[in-house]
Every structure is written in C-alpha cells, then in structure tokens.
Design a protein around this ligand. Sequence first.
Ligand SMILES: Cc1cc2nc3c(=O)[nH]c(=O)nc-3n(C[C@H](O)[C@H](O)[C@H](O)COP(=O)(O)O)c2cc1C
Ligand code: SF4
Length: 438
Amino acid sequence: MTTPRPETLAKLTPVLTKRWLSPDAWRIGTYEQLDGYAALRKALKAHPDDLIQLIKDSGLRGRGGAGFPTGLKWGFIPQGDGKPHYLVVNADEGEPGTCKDLPLMTHDPHALVEGVIIASYAIRASRAYIYIRGEAVHAARRLRNAVQEAYDKGYLGRNILRSGYDLELVVHSGAGAYICGEETALLDSLEGFRGQPRLRPPFPATHGLYASPTVVNNVGTIASVPPIVLGGADWWKSMGTEKSSGPMIYSLSGRVVNPGQYECSMGVTLRELLELAGGMQPGHNLRFWTPGGSSTPLLAAEHLDVPLDFEGVAAAGSILGTTATQIFSDQDCPVYATYRWLEFYHHESCGKCTPCREGNYWMVRVYRRILAGQGTHEDLETLLDTCDNILGRSFCGLGDGATSSVTSSLQYFKQDYLDYIEGRTAPKLSDKQLVGAH
Ligand SMILES: Cc1cc2nc3c(=O)[nH]c(=O)nc-3n(C[C@H](O)[C@H](O)[C@H](O)COP(=O)(O)O)c2cc1C
Ligand code: SF4
C-alpha cells in the first residue's frame, strides 16, 4: 500500500464531503451546527437574479456528466411568463461505476435540500422534485427524513424563514431504469409515463415538467450551491482549473487498495488519485480505466498524468463524465469488460430508436462469438461499422455512450481481440453461453 505524500494529500478539497464523517451527519441538528442553512438565510436576502449571476460567476458546471454551465441553464428560465416553474433534481445515478450522489444523499441529505431551496428561489419555482433511483432505498429514506425535518423547522413550506417565499419539495422514487437518468425521459417518468427521451427542441427550460419551464440538475450540482453562496464565486474558482472550477467527487473502484470517494480540485490526475487510494492492489498493474463511467472512452496506463477536468480529459480523447474512475489491471480483459458493459446498454436501451435498439443487440452477439473463440477478423470491422451507425445517429446519449468502450478498446487493445480470434487466449464463454449469438 502506498502512503500518500503530504503534497498529494493537499490535493484533497473536502467541500461537499466535509460533513460525511461527522456523527449523525444526516440529522438537521448536526447540519445546522456545521454551517447548515446559513447559506439559505443569506440567499433569501438576495435578489434571485443576483443568485443566478453568482452561480454564473462561480463557473459551476453540471456534475451530471455533460458539464453544462449551471448559471447559464438557470438564466434560460423565462421570467414573468405567468407559468409555474420547476426544479427537478436528477438523483438517478445509473451510470456504471458512478457512486457520488448516493453517498452524498445518504450522509449529508440536508446539503441537497438546502441547495434545492436556494436554486428554486433563484429560478422562481414554488415546487421542486428530487427523482431518486428506485433501488436506492436507504438514501431515499434519509432524504425523505431530511425533507420532513426541513419542513418542521420552517425551511420548507409556506413563508420560508418569514421571507414570503413558498416551496414544496417532493422526493419521488423511480422504478430503476438507466434511461430515466436522461433528463427528458426522467421528466416523462415523473409525469407518470413510460421513461423515454423526448424530442428536443423544445428544451426543458421552456417546456419541461408539465410543459412548463424546468431546470434539471444533478445532485452534486445542486449540493454545490450552498457552499458557493457562503464562500463566494472567487473562493469556488480558487479550486480547479480555469474552465473547470471547484472541487469534484471522484469515485474510485476496481483494483485499488482503498476504493471510495475522493473529493479533489478539478484537474487532479489519476496518478495522484491512485496515491490517495493507497495505490493499485498488490500484484496488479494499471492497464485501462474509465475517467467518467462506462459511457466514456477507455483510457490506458499512458494517461496517468492527464488532468481530470473537462478540457484535459477531452484532449486525451475521452470525456470527464461522472468522474467514475473504474480501475482495471493487467489481470483484467478489456474485451470481456466491454462485453459486460454492452450487455448493460443492450438491457437498458429503451428501444425507441433503431440504431441503439438493434445495434447493441447485434454487438452483444458479436462479442459473445469472439469471447467463445469463434470470432473472425471481419467481426472487428462489423463492430466498428455498427458503432459508426449508432454514434451520432441515436435519439439520445445512451446509444452514443454504448459505443465508447467498443471503439476505445479496439483502439488501444486490438491485440486482445486478435488473441481470442486467433486462438492465443482461451475462450471466456462456453458454447452454452453462445446460444443466440449468431
Ligand atoms: C442515458 C443517460 C443517463 C443519464 N443519467 C444521469 C443520471 O443518473 N444523473 C444525472 O445527473 N444525469 C444523468 N444524465 C445526464 C442528464 O441528461 C442531464 O444532462 C443532467 O441531469 C443535467 O444536470 P447537470 O447540468 O447538473 O449536470 C444522463 C444522460 C443520459 C443520456
Ligand atoms: S438511444 Fe437508446 S435509449 Fe436513447 S432513445 Fe434510442 S433506443 Fe432509447
């Protein structure tokens, strides 16, 4: 196990995670003792437009995967339109490997509740929803309890802290479908329909929930709002890089000694994160990894020093995504890992559009063939051709994301595929598992 050096330990910037280890961190009493709801008192004295400007000035970008500037999104909500406005928090967290929102809601649910109230006040919403993944029973229980505590203390409901502002907050559990994390599918699901993406435009900013102006933000995005209100835009920008400001929760999983959440300034490298996590497990050497979940192209050992911010990861040919860094070693097979991810995308494809529905179905079958030792060189062309017909031609990002590990594993680890095809690697799947592959 590697012990982190002091200069690497200094990379840790606990802002969203700072209360997680406090006893009973999820209770309102603890939260209030540790700065809780101080930002709300400050925010309610400000003009909503000034809050939107503050978030713009901070450079906060969405933590849900795409990194869209949050203040800009809030500014798109038309004001004085006479329609109800909604804030919807995306707490679906379905991206494989991603584990930052659920621990946040479990350990520090009031951070999200406080962020919801401030953000709703800024966009002039009087109703907000938190859409949480159905399987996340424990987190949902903590969240519902926190919402009740906030009502009891007058932070939610009518005339919040005698400011004249009213807000109702509802925690809604989904049924557990990855596609319901896509913001327009989420809105359909929240309205009681089958969760499938909507055609855009119109965008949620004007035609979102119940065809009204709606902001959809990730849990981490909204939980970043209270610290920004308290600390100011300059303090937030003092962490991270020029275009990727603030801290970020990186969730490390796989072949590391201490997997878990590490909150660091954006721009930290995997080399530094591995040092913080005690290094690779004994006997394992880094071979490939995802910078932001399975929808982001794989990176290899040569990318250890890539700055993990939006621009740095893009320059290396991948996407920062949800900062779910899944670590694989020389004892893991990139072909098999990609196959398992494809099984996931095939299963989770909502079926609305042909490239994703059919393409993932066929790619799973090609992978099974290769892994059973019955693949051909032509199969590799078929895979690339199929990806070419999915990427940019699918109705939503699920289809695009499904191609990431296929194309990147073929780019970096083509030899592994050839070893199966040419018989140098023993088949991983039996003939029995091949059923339906042809
Ligand atoms: C298939 C798919 C799944 C997604 N899952 C999530 C999710 O679980 N949580 C999330 O915040 N964003 C998810 N997103 C991104 C959302 O559509 C949206 O961009 C995000 O909630 C916006 O919030 P932000 O601006 O705060 O990042 C997903 C996107 C796609 C295409
Ligand atoms: S890309 Fe996949 S998940 Fe998205 S709409 Fe098409 S079929 Fe549904």
